[in-house]
Design a protein around this ligand. Sequence first.
Ligand code: GLY
Length: 382
Amino acid sequence: MPAKGARVEIAVIGAGVVGLATAWRAAARGARVTLVDPRPGSGATSVAAGMLAPVGELAYGEEDLLRLGLASRDRYPGFVAELEELTGRATGFRSDGILQVAFDADDLRALADLRRFQESLGLPAEALTGREARRLEPMLAPGVRGGLLAPGDGSIDPRRLAPALLAAAEKAGAVLVRERAAAVLVERDTAVGVRLEGGGEIRADQVLLAAGAWSGDVAGVPDGVVPPVRPVKGQVLRLRARGPVPFLGRTTRGLVRGSPVYLVPRADGEIVVGATQEELGFDTRVTAGGLWELLRDARELLPGVTELEFAEVTAGLRPGSPDNAPVMGRSALPGLVLGTGHFRNGVLLAPVSADVLASVLLDGEVPGVGRPFTPDRFEVGR
Ligand code: GLY
């Protein structure tokens, strides 16, 4: 640890939303922060649709993750207001709810089960008939069987959020080094900084490893400390609606013959359609089959999607962990803090992760909301 009164030096490997948000919060609290990333905001952050959906994306057995997601969703309005005011940049934040819809009778049963699960957890969930769902979203197919509205969920544009976070972090004094981190520097069994690909070094009191799906591949981290994350590929399609009336009023997530698909509208007419979930290692190829799946399911729910203009197709790598939840906190290597494994929820969890990680880095404490997610849950023998 630094001498009493000296500023804590923190090196952050990875400038996705989690690394950026933590850098901002830690720098704002007085730490000297260096962010290391050749292309900030370019990984999963730039592909993600940006759903803020702890309720809409709720999965069975993930109640701890739900609590973390709700805590982060609650922080979002204040987080965004502060960020937008500080930087003068818009982020496309919306909190107008997420509509889940069912295509066939089996999908409707699955939605009814989900509603019961949500209710058992005390979450507000409004069940809608097919007609009521179409009243909310007139472009929905006539055959859509029913819906479920998660009123507090929403979305944000990660491609706007990331530059705003970088601007805020820099305003708070953080410095960006546009280089790849070749390794965590370890001396006397302690992380003491980052070795850069170009040969330079950044010395730091603490290193935060927030490199998303690549967090397990940064050299220098001893076996047993390497975070258990793997890449989970998601292909995402971007379309553009140009009519005077919005094509879609709010984020709509559907089950189509058991297959999930979501469409996230932006104020400028962009519609983000996602996402596949594929275990193929570090493969970011866009495939005809992946695209076909997205378009097939999106068209079943909203036949008008085929009239929209094609804008872009990308594939990103989610950092998946063994229990689908983030890995946040001190590692078994002194000086190394992990902030990774956010899987399908990096954008949602950025505000709460930044608070948890800033507290770990600067106070040496894991706040209550972060306790179920510390790295030691994966240590052998626990
Ligand atoms: N949260 C949406 C996804 O990961 O596809």
